[in-house]
Ligand binder design. Sequence first.
Ligand code: ADE
Length: 224
Amino acid sequence: MKISILTLFPEMFESIFTQSIMKRAQKSGFVEIKIHNLRDWAIDKHKMVDDRPFGGGPGMVLKVDVLHAAILDLKEQNSDAKIILLTPQGEKYSQQRSEQFSQEKGLILIAGHYEGFDERIRDYVDQEISIGDYVLTGGEIPAMVIVDSVVRLLPGVLGDENSASTDSFSAGSDKLGCPQYTRPEEFDGKKVPDVLKSGDHAKIEKWREEQTKKRTQQRRPDLI
Ligand code: ADE
């Protein structure tokens, strides 16, 4: 999969994509991630990417001509990609949507800033996504959230033992995860449940299922 990210703050992505699973996924060729600076498509000599809104009001608005030029070029480099605009006005992101995105050949993620985008850019994107009902200073963190959640679903990225197929919220699962423990066996008077140390795999499996059900019922009855 090829992922192109359009942003005014490319440095924000440096640490997140050069560590751990994201780093390995790129090194092993499962995904190619490229960060592009929107300013590279600025048209005038002042490298302006935003301007005051018509009609007045606070803040600046990202220019449609600059965004459009960038999208055209990125589309040429990542031809079958789905173009996604990050905005609090978009569809709320979910595990189901990340599963769909992970089937795409490519993604172009557009992170906005300031007061927003010129409305007309909406005609040149395939989808608008919000990561939740809160407003961030820009679309960079939402873009990171999407990349992380999609890349870990690409076949081969997670080892078998970490398979994404059993994730909470995934299509086959309507439940939260079960409680997990590791050493020490006792901490601050709190003991690891005996069943987990019994070596009886059928019993352990049954206990985990029950715990999963109970926890989901208590915390997220809406998932059942
Ligand atoms: N930009 C600012 N806030 C956002 C959000 N919640 N989701 C996506 N993009 C955003």
